[in-house]
Unconditional design. Structure first.
Lengths: 351, 351
DNA sequence: TTGTACGCGTTATCAA
DNA sequence: TTGATAACGCGTACAA
C-alpha cells in the first residue's frame, strides 16, 4: 500500500485530532470522549495503523517490558538441561504477574555477532550462575543500572541472590559415604571455569575455581575428604560423566570405592563408565549425584543424591525481579536441599 | 553519581568531537583515527557511559535483534512440555547464526497486563501452533509487518510453515490398530480450542476445531475409524490423559478395546487410567500415543507411537527466520513422522 | 477535553 | 576522516 508505515501523527491528522489525543486513545491514560475515540480508531483502521511502535514507545517510556535471562551455556541448554529447565519453569511462573517477556540471552563474551547484554533493551535481568562468565555480565548490567538477580552465584553487595546450601548438602552426601566406610573417594566436579578443559584439579586450580556452585560443593566434600582427588568435568552431561568416569576408573590399582559427582547427569555417566569397566554399582563402586532430577534411561538405578528445589529457585528469582521492578528491595534467599538415598551407594567392598 | 545518565552527546562534548563521530566509535561503522577513538573512549569511561542505549538505537535503526517465540500456553509450558522443549532446543540452534535473542511470549489474548505482540519490539516471530489463539496473533504480526514463521499451523499465503505429516502418521497408527482387529476404538484429541473444557466432541464441534494439529490428527484417524467417538482433552498432560481415560473407560458395556491418543502424554495418562480400572495393557486395552518423547515413569510400557522430529522442526523454523531476516524468502517445510511399535498395542481381546 | 511543543538518545546522510 | 543536521515515532508537561 503505502511506502511508509503510518504513524500516530498520520492517524491523528486523518481523524482530525491532535497527536496527543490519538496517543491517549491508545494508551488509555486519560479520558477521551466516545465519538473522538471512535474517529481515531476508524482512522487507524483505515490507515492500517495497529498501535504505537514498540521501539519508540520503549524509548520514550524508558522501559521495554523485557526481562533477560542470561545463561552461560549455549541457548539450547536452557531447554535440555533438567535443572535449568525446572528453574526456568519456576521463573516463568514467578514472573507471571509482571507480564514481561522472557528474553533468553547467551553470554559468550566478546562475541560481536549477536545482541548481548549491551545491545538489548532490558528492564531487569536474571543471571543464572553455574556460569563462569557471570562476573563480567554482572558488571555490564550494573553499569547500565539494570536491576539484577543472581541464581546460584555471588553478585556482591546489593544484588539479591537465590542460593542453595550446596556446601552442607554435599557434605551430607560425603558423610553418607564415610558412614558406609569409604575412604578412597574421588570427586567429580562441575566445570570450574569458562573454557577450561576437563582434567584433574591440583591445589592451585582448586583455589581458583570461578564457578560458585562447583566451589561450594567441592568445599562441602572437602570437609569430609580433604585429600580426595578431584576431576573437573567439561560440562554437566551424561557423556562428560562417562568420559570422566573412564579416567577415574582407569587405573585398577588406584581405583576409588566411591565417586562423589556434583550433578546427577555426571553421576549417571559414572555409573555407565562403571558398567563399562565391569564394575557393579553399588557393590564395587558407590556413586552419588546432586540435583535430584530424573535421568532418563538410568533405571534400575536410583541415584543417591541431594534433591534441590530447582523450580522453587526460579520462582523465587521471579518474585525478586517483580519486587525490584516494583521498586521495592528484593531479598536474598537461601534454599535447602534434601538428602535422598538411592541404590547407587553401599558399604565399601572388602578388598 | 550523576542525576542523569550520560548520553553519547555528553561523551562527544567531553571528548571534543561531534556526536556522530562518537557514535561511529561505538558502532564501528566507519573508520576512525586512533587518537580520536581513544579520546572518545576515555571520555566515555570518565562519564560512566557504557555504550548506546539499546532503546534509542533500536528506534533509529528500526530493528531490535529480538526474535519472539509465541506460545499459547503459559510460559512455563515451554520448559515442561517435552515436544515444545525439543522444538525450542532446535530453534535456538537454528537461530544461532543470527545472534538474536529469543523472547518468549505468551499470547493470552486481551490480557492487558503485560507486553505482548503489540508492545514488544520484534524483528521476527515464530508462532508455535497447537495454539488456538494463533490466528489472532498472526493477524497482529502481519499488520505490523513482522516476518513470521509458523510451526504446526496454517499461516495462510506467504507465511512459511514448518509442519508434520500429522494426518498420515495418525492414519498409520489407526491402521495398525485395525490390523490388530480393533473395531471399538476411542479417540483422545489434543485441546481443540482456547479455553474449551474437556469433553466429548460431537460432529458440530469436530467441524470447528481451531487447532490445526488436533484437526489433522483427527482427520487421519477418521480415515480408518470414521465413527469412533472422540473426546477432547483439556491439555496435553498425563493428568489430563488420566482424567479423560477415566471417562473413556467408565462404562464397561461401551468400553473401547483401543484408544488413539493424540500425544504421548495423553496416552500415558490413559495407560494409568487402564491400570486403575484393572485393565491390562495391551491385553485388555491397546493405547497409541503421538510424538515419540520420553515419558517419565511409564516403564515398563513403551508406547506404540509416531515419532516426530521435534528438534528438527525447531531448527527448520530457526533457519526460516534467519532467511527472512536476511531478506531471502523462506521455504515451507513438511517433515515426516516415523511409526514406532511399542508394547502398548496388541490383538483385540476375545470377548 | 484538546492542542502545542519539546525531548527521549541514536544514527544515516551528506557535505566539508 | 570528521561534523552538522535531520529524522526515528512517541509521550507528556503545559497551556488553552
Amino acid at each position: 500500500m503505502s511506502a511508509r508505515r503510518a504513524t500516530i501523527a498520520d492517524v491523528a491528522r486523518a481523524a482530525g485530532v491532535s497527536p496527543s489525543t490519538a496517543s491517549v486513545v491508545f494508551s488509555g491514560r486519560a479520558p477521551v470522549t466516545d465519538p473522538t475515540r471512535r474517529r481515531v480508531m476508524d482512522a487507524a483502521q483505515r490507515l492500517g495503523y495497529t498501535g504505537p511502535d514498540p521501539r519508540a514507545a520503549s524509548l520514550r517510556r524508558g522501559s521495554s517490558g523485557i526481562v533477560g535471562v542470561v545463561v552461560g551455556a549455549r541457548l539450547g541448554a536452557v531447554f535440555s538441561d533438567p535443572v535449568t529447565r525446572l528453574q526456568m519453569d519456576g521463573l516463568a511462573e514467578g514472573l507471571a504477574g509482571v507480564g514481561a517477556g522472557l528474553l533468553l540471552l547467551q553470554d559468550t563474551g566478546e562475541d560481536a555477532a549477536g545482541p548481548s547484554l549491551l545491545t538489548t533493551p532490558l528492564d531487569a535481568a536474571v543471571l543464572v550462575g553455574c556460569n563462569a562468565r557471570m562476573r563480567d555480565s554482572l558488571q555490564v548490567l550494573r553499569a547500565r543500572d539494570v536491576p539484577v538477580v543472581v541464581i546460584e552465584g555471588d553478585g556482591g553487595a546489593g544484588v539479591p541472590q537465590i542460593r542453595l546450601d550446596n556446601r552442607e548438602a554435599q557434605r551430607r552426601l560425603a558423610e553418607h559415604l564415610a558412614e558406609l566406610g569409604h575412604r578412597d573417594v574421588a570427586i567429580l566436579t562441575l566445570p570450574t571455569a569458562a573454557e577450561r578443559l576437563p582434567g584433574w584439579l591440583d591445589a592451585a586450580a582448586e583455589a581458583e575455581i570461578q564457578v560458585d556452585v562447583a566451589a561450594d560443593r567441592l568445599a562441602g566434600a572437602r570437609e569430609v575428604y580433604p585429600d580426595a582427588p578431584a576431576y573437573a568435568a567439561g560440562a554437566s552431561l551424561i557423556d562428560e560423566g562417562l568420559a570422566a568416569g573412564r579416567m577415574l576408573l582407569a587405573d585398577p590399582a588406584a581405583r576409588p570405592t566411591a565417586v562423589l559427582a556434583q550433578s546427577d547427569l555426571l553421576a549417571a555417566g559414572v555409573v555407565r563408565a562403571a558398567e563399562e569397566a565391569g564394575l557393579r554399582v553399588p557393590q564395587d563402586l558407590s556413586v552419588t549425584g546432586f540435583d535430584g532430577v530424573v535421568v532418563d534411561g538410568l533405571s534400575p538405578y536410583e541415584l543417591t543424591t541431594a534433591v534441590q528445589p530447582a523450580a522453587e529457585k526460579g520462582r523465587a528469582a521471579g518474585h525478586a525481579v517483580a519486587a525490584m521492578l516494583a521498586g521495592s528491595p528484593a531479598e536474598t534467599l537461601r534454599l535447602t536441599c534434601t538428602f535422598r538415598a538411592g541404590n547407587t551407594t553401599g558399604p565399601v567392598p572388602a578388598r
